[in-house]
Design a protein around this ligand. Structure first.
Ligand SMILES: [Zn+2]
Length: 549
């Protein structure tokens, strides 16, 4: 073990991992074999291997193939040195090395050391002040990462000026506690073995790497490392290699050991090998349910990631969406899929008012995402309603979203609607609040006798001096009553126990305000008041069509 990621020893280790994986050696049989013929270069790459030594932007011929590395990293603010319309031709002659941030310089150095001719970095390979170029290039990101020979993850750097090389201090600290003992080798000669503390031995069991692994907290980097077939992550305490065969690290820590200390919200390193299926005809229908489960995991894990700009919500997951579409042939609707739409509409905001947009001064959304999409709110999403059956009284009549660019069908949308026929019931806001069994007494404003559990979206800003029920449910002063739309039920039920809470905007058009659950099982034995709650949302509903925008 060596604390210097750029040491010859560590470079050899990384190079061997890559060779074993790309040639499908023992243990890597499931890994996608790397073949030059299939490795089309991105629109622009950085050529690092020129004789005169100065890396420059290179624009390949249309179908030119090549071996390249990709970089996944946290920007940590606007990029000072990015490719623009004005400097594009200058950058094709040579990059301004003295001005590039440390992470990009380190990635160039690594690419060179591993004898890889090209490197792809978003801030330099996409023209950052040309909207058409950004839309077009972001739409190809699935291919950029999937075709890469390797993706370097700058896991330890929260901003581009922090770099990925340089001594790992945690590793150095562990080595300082090491001791060397003599051992007898199988051939009777005398050798030595070095003992040092394991990576997490010095930390408590619940030790969270989150703060030390900034790249895990970013929304954009999620799809980059998910779609890349081989990721080398440079952490503060180790170098890890992930591929479909599993995880290797330069200190020998096994994937199982890492799982044990994994914080609950750490993302899955690799979802599945489905992304690497060469599926020209799509998957068989029997495999769709697996894909649905995978997508709900993607939404949940992705929604943890932080974004600097609220408008990036759909683009930053668009590469994964495009891969799902390739496999399923389904219709993508602003973060949801047509085939499983009713189930996917039943997401909820998973924690009280927690947000993932980093800056309070970030510009407001330029595009309007329909309120029924989880992408329309800022925050973590949970979507575990798999134990529910879709009600047979529910039918999706029509659904549409308006993509902003035809070239980016998985990117920005501006408006859309879903028309659903189902059981609908109107509840007066004040009446619902007054029927709170535990709400006012015990500060549990999300529990009601009238509507069961109310998981609010908090999509509107409500002033602090608004009435209690408006503040606790995030409902603006001029809005109400609540409309409940039943969507699904538990297997033994004969009435809907989960659905959307809506507010009317105009005649028979609605916006989503939250999700409701009704039925004693949701109160989960947490208290003895099960009998005080409704177990049924009554017979006073009508089955009719509503349009949610
Ligand atoms: Zn592999």
């Amino acid at each position: 073990m060596n604390p210097d990621p750029a040491s010859p020893r560590n470079l050899i280790v990384v190079s061997e991992w890559l060779t074993h994986c790309t040639t499908q050696r023992k243990g890597h049989e499931r890994c996608p074999k790397w073949e030059l013929i299939n490795s089309k270069l991105p629109t622009r790459v950085i050529s690092v291997a020129l004789p005169d030594g100065l890396p420059r932007l290179y624009i390949p011929e249309k179908e030119e193939v090549g071996r390249y590395a990709a970089l996944s990293y946290c920007w940590g603010g606007p990029q000072p040195h990015r490719t623009t319309v004005a400097n594009l031709s200058e950058y094709t002659r040579g990059l301004p090395m003295q001005q590039l941030p440390a992470t990009i310089l380190d990635a160039i150095a690594l690419t060179r050391s591993l004898l890889i001719p090209y490197l792809w970095v978003d801030s330099l390979c996409i023209i950052q002040d040309l909207e058409e170029d950004k839309i077009r290039e972001i739409a190809t990101m699935a291919q950029v990462y999937k075709n890469s020979w390797v993706t370097f993850s700058a896991a330890r750097a929260s901003a581009c000026n922090e770099g990925i090389l340089g001594i790992q201090e945690d590793t150095a600290a562990r080595l300082s506690k090491s001791s060397t003992i003599p051992v007898t080798c199988p051939n009777d000669s005398l050798g030595s073995a070095m003992l040092y503390p394991a990576r997490f031995q010095m930390a408590p069991k619940w030790y969270s790497r989150e703060g030390k692994v900034p790249v895990n907290n970013r929304a954009w980097t999620y799809q980059e490392t998910l779609l890349a077939p081989r990721v080398v992550s440079y952490y503060h305490d180790a170098i890890e290699f992930k591929c479909l065969a599993g995880l290797h690290s330069n200190d020998g820590l096994k994937a199982e050991e890492l799982d044990e200390i994994k914080p609950a919200d750490q993302r899955q390193a690799k979802l599945d090998s489905v992304f690497f299926l060469d599926s020209k005809d799509g998957l068989s229908a029997a495999e769709f349910p697996n894909l649905e489960v995978l997508w709900s995991r993607v939404v949940k894990e992705y929604s943890f990631g932080r974004l600097s700009y609220p408008d990036d919500k759909l683009p930053a997951v668009s590469a994964i969406a495009s891969e799902f579409q390739r496999l399923s042939g389904d219709t993508y609707l602003a973060g949801l899929w047509r085939r499983s739409l009713v189930r996917e509409l039943q997401w909820k905001k998973s924690s009280w008012r927690s947000g993932t947009i980093e800056s309070t001064t970030a510009p407001r959304r330029a595009y309007r995402i329909p309120t029924w999409s989880w992408a329309s709110i800022d925050g973590r999403i949970s979507n575990e309603t798999s134990q529910h059956l879709i009600s047979d009284r529910v039918e999706v009549l029509d659904c549409r979203v308006n993509p902003v660019s035809e070239q980016a069908p998985f990117g920005h949308v501006d408006g859309g609607y879903v028309a659903i026929r189902g059981p609908v019931k109107c509840v007066d806001l004040k009446d619902a609040w007054d029927n709170f069994g535990l709400g006012q007494e015990h500060q549990r404003p999300y529990e009601s006798r009238k509507i069961g559990l109310f998981s609010a979206d908090f999509r509107w800003d409500i002033s602090a001096d608004a009435e209690d029920f408006r503040r606790h449910w995030g409902i603006p002063p001029d809005r109400g009553p609540l409309w409940l739309l039943g969507l699904s039920m538990r297997p033994r039920d004969s009435y809907e126990t989960c659905g959307l809470i809506l507010l009317e905007t105009s005649d028979n058009r609605y916006e989503r305000a939250g999700l409701f659950y009704i039925g004693s099982e949701y109160y989960g034995g947490k208290h003895s008041d099960v009998g005080r709650f409704a177990d049924h949302w009554g017979d006073d509903y009508e089955v009719r069509a509503v349009t949610i925008c």
